[in-house]
Design a protein around this ligand. Structure first.
Ligand code: PLP
Length: 466
């Protein structure tokens, strides 16, 4: 036996038994807060991993601190509120959009007991869960009818399945996108039972490309928002108006996958323009679909608006039941959509709009408040400075655009920025910041005034100055 093998055997033997670890006084305080069954599970998993890594030649040993950290993670729910200092407004990892106060109230109201989800309060008879939001959507977008499913991916699946299954769907090669999380246009087409007919080239597609591809098997033409990518240079895509005109001439409905789906014109506020759902309806798209939790700022949902005949068929499609939303989603959707009826209220209360329209001076002021709060107590453990920064829309909207913002830049002296970022993520609530070169940045476009006290506390504790 060589020295190394012996030490492997020895180290394996030194791994304590599960029961012994469970009784280890050094983790007693956290152990007392974790349910016994979950504690046993965490300990077992940890010891198994330790055994495997020792067998694989690692110099690991039973580490009570590591176990303590793992148990600590079991104490609180995994899904919690976090502080977004990343400056990405719609970050899928951070739950995409924050909700408005009205939506939170609606959520609490419906969650607190029974609800009128599928009952007609007037007659006391069975009602329709979609009717609450359908009239709002029709009013806001000018559509004849509307429908809601679980997310925009589900919306595309249902739209294609109900309108073009067994037939061909024409799409420009420049629009064959993949959104993160394996949503890919060709895959959704296949899953919907459609045959995809690609036309044009990556950078240029002409109206004649669509026209030449139409056959007696064509079920629909689809336009897909490019969302998270852009091509520039020698490019051409066909506008919705021309597609609709072609569709009308040949009796083919045009589907418009808008991605984010803006209900108000952002360019009025000096932001880049996103295509409006109203415009899509006015131009004559047969149906348009978009996400509920991107610029709409509600919950995860796929909103479909369009002509009555198509929506009626969708509602009867077997997929509809499989893709239907929960009462909590309807509560959030209804209260969020209501904000769009009144622009003044929208700008005041809509959480995404507020973040998008947050003035730079306000960010500057708030960043300074945080700086002042921590500066004294840091006693040279880190340098802090308010700096110009750039934040992003995220969520596949306005992919290449960035927004001017302000950030608090922290340069720790005794620990690395990565270690600081890690410690911030482990605070309560977890704080997410950007690491850029040798600085830790907290972007005040997404970090709100209300987050300042907790962020200050997290910073001081992470830097050992609490
Ligand atoms: C984001 C996006 C989707 C997927 O929407 P989810 O609501 O995330 O399912 C589909 N199509 C386009 C064009 C998008 O931008």
């Amino acid at each position: 036996m060589t020295g190394k093998e012996r030490s492997v055997q020895e180290r394996l033997r030194s791994i304590p038994a599960v029961e012994k670890v469970l009784a280890d006084k050094r983790v007693g305080s956290v152990m007392a807060r974790v349910h016994r069954r979950m504690a046993t599970r965490v300990v077992r998993q940890y010891l198994d991993e330790l055994r495997r890594s020792i067998q694989a030649g690692a110099e690991d040993e039973y580490d009570v601190d590591e176990l303590g950290r793992r148990l600590e993670q079991e104490v609180r729910p995994r899904l919690t509120r976090v502080i977004n200092g990343l400056g990405v407004v719609l970050h899928t990892g951070l739950g995409r959009c924050p909700l408005s106060g009205a939506a939170q109230e609606g959520l609490r109201d419906v969650a607190s007991g029974f609800s009128s989800l599928e009952i007609d309060v007037d007659s006391g008879r069975r009602g329709d869960r979609y009717s609450h939001v359908e009239s709002l959507l029709c009013e806001l977008t000018g559509a004849e009818a509307a429908h809601v499913v679980n997310n925009n991916c589900a919306a595309t699946l249902l739209v294609l399945s109900s309108m073009a299954a067994g037939r061909e769907v024409i799409v420009s090669r420049g629009q064959l996108i993949e959104i993160g999380g394996s949503f890919r246009i060709p895959d959704v087409m296949r899953q919907s039972g459609c045959t995809m007919v690609e036309v044009g080239t990556t950078n240029r597609t002409h109206l004649r490309d669509y026209a030449n591809a139409i056959t007696e098997r064509t079920g629909s033409i689809i336009r897909v928002h490019m969302s998270n990518y852009r091509i520039t240079g020698f490019i051409k895509e066909v506008g919705l108006e021309e597609l609709v005109q072609l569709g009308n001439e040949r009796g083919i409905p045009v589907i418009d996958d808008l991605g984010s789906g803006a209900l108000i014109d952002l360019s009025v506020f000096g932001l880049p323009k996103e295509p409006l759902v109203q415009e899509s309806m006015k131009t004559g798209a047969a149906v348009a679909c978009f996400s509920g939790d991107k610029l709409i700022g509600a919950c995860q949902a796929g909103i479909i608006v369009g002509k009555k005949e198509h929506i009626r068929r969708m509602k009867k499609h077997p997929l509809t039941r499989a893709l239907r939303c929960d009462k909590l989603s309807f509560a959030v959707l209804e209260r969020t959509l209501e904000l769009f009826l009144d622009e003044a209220r929208l700008l005041e209360e809509h959480a995404v709009m507020r973040v998008l329209l947050k003035p730079v001076e306000q960010m500057q002021k708030e960043a300074k408040v945080l700086a002042r709060k921590v500066e004294q107590a840091l006693k040279g453990k880190a340098d802090v400075m308010v700096k110009p920064s750039l934040s992003e829309f995220g969520g596949g909207s306005l992919a290449t655009e960035s927004l001017e913002s302000r950030a608090l830049a922290v340069s720790p002296r005794a620990i690395s920025v990565d270690e600081l970022a890690r410690r911030m993520r482990h605070s309560r609530p977890p704080v997410f910041g950007r690491v850029e070169r040798d600085e830790y940045l907290l972007d005040f476009r997404t970090l709100s005034k209300d987050d300042i006290p907790e962020t200050a506390e997290a910073l001081l504790s992470a830097l050992g100055a609490a």
